[in-house]
Design a protein around this ligand. Structure first.
Ligand code: DAH
Length: 340
């Protein structure tokens, strides 16, 4: 038995040397000191020995046991320490490493264009008015003097949500809303999204942007309209830009016109951008129809006004030489990041 005890002690030392985790050390403890451990068996079998033998052997067995317990204890704390160190190492953060670069975004070209248009008009004293994108038939058509059979009311041109509700096809309903909400003098622009049932191609998109303008005061004439829009064109396209007004029809203005700007590319000589004509159409405008003023409760004997509306995509395409409207909506950063 003496021999066995020496062997057990030897075994304990060897196995604990090899233990790499507290789990390994625990296994050694169970194998030697557990209920069925080899040292426990020896201690248990001592009952069968004579008193003398039991005494001497008992002393050695207990000494072996406490030595093993001591070994286990120091192994456990050594391994725990080691584990802690490894965890620290694995979790260490190098605060001197450079951070992840998040590339700065840039404004969308449509936003850049709306901002530019707004800046020009705000410098002339206009403020910004807003209206809903989901609009009523009343504000989008009826209040704007559109005849009951006007072709733009057609289901094939307009996204209807119900008989009385639609996605606005123009920003013009903001005119009617503003006339109802404010008393003259009124001087607002209203940029925003519009929707029409168009199949996307190089120049059409079912969602696009317009900027509407409305000015109502005493004694406003076509001369004010022309002066304002000519000044706008010069600020947006350069001081050499010339403008001309062609008669047109819109239900909500009388008289109505379309405004052309001299081609900023060729200066009027004729080129690919202006299709050889030297002029580029950029907006619709006119004197606000008395029927529209009346819907807003404006005294049409006292007040007159002008209105205008322009397509933002069209202006952005002309200004930046973009030849396909769909590029604006593909969210390709290589395209968008060019407009800062
Ligand atoms: N709403 C018109 C369109 O979508 C544009 C327009 C023309 C707006 C004349 C106006 C205006 O305010 O006076 O084609």
């Amino acid at each position: 038995m003496q021999e066995q005890l020496t062997k057990i002690l030897q075994e304990a030392k060897e196995q604990l040397n090899k233990a790499l985790t507290p789990g390994d050390a625990e296994e050694v403890r169970i194998r030697l000191l557990g209920k069925k451990g080899s040292l426990t068996e020896i201690l248990r079998s001592m009952g069968t020995l004579g008193p003398e033998e039991r005494k001497t052997l008992g002393l050695t067995a207990n000494a072996v046991r406490s030595e093993i317990e001591g070994l286990l204890e120091s192994k456990f704390s050594q391994l725990k320490e080691l584990q802690k160190e490894m965890k620290f190492k694995a979790e260490r953060i190098d605060v001197t490493e450079p951070g992840k670069q998040i590339p700065p975004g840039s404004k969308h070209p449509i936003t850049v264009t709306i901002d530019e248009i707004s800046r020009v008009f705000m410098s002339m004293g206009y403020s910004i008015a807003e209206g809903p994108e989901v609009e009523t038939v009343f504000f989008n058509f009826d209040a704007l003097n559109a005849a009951p059979n006007h072709p733009s009311r057609d289901m094939t041109d307009t996204f209807y949500i119900s008989d009385a509700v639609l996605l606005r096809t123009q920003t013009s309903p903001v005119q009617a809303r503003t006339l109802l909400a404010q008393n003259p003098p009124i001087q607002v622009i209203s940029p925003g999204r519009c929707f029409r049932c168009d199949s996307p191609d190089a120049t059409h998109s079912p969602m696009f942007h317009q900027v509407e303008g409305l000015l109502v005061d005493e004694g406003i004439s076509m001369a004010d309209l022309k002066g304002t829009l000519d000044s706008f064109a010069k600020q947006l396209f350069g001081s050499n830009a010339k403008t001309k007004f062609r008669p047109h029809f819109f239900p909500f203005t009388e008289p109505s016109a379309e405004m052309d700007v001299s081609c900023f590319k060729c200066g009027g000589a004729g080129c690919r951008v202006c299709k050889g004509s030297g002029w580029i159409e950029i907006l619709g405008c006119g004197m606000v129809h008395p029927n529209v003023l009346a819907v807003g409760g404006v005294d049409t004997e006292k007040y007159t006004g002008f209105a205008f509306g322009m397509g933002v995509e069209r202006i952005a395409m002309l200004k930046y030489g973009v030849d396909d409207i769909r590029l604006f909506y593909e969210n390709d950063m290589r395209f968008i990041a060019q407009f800062k």
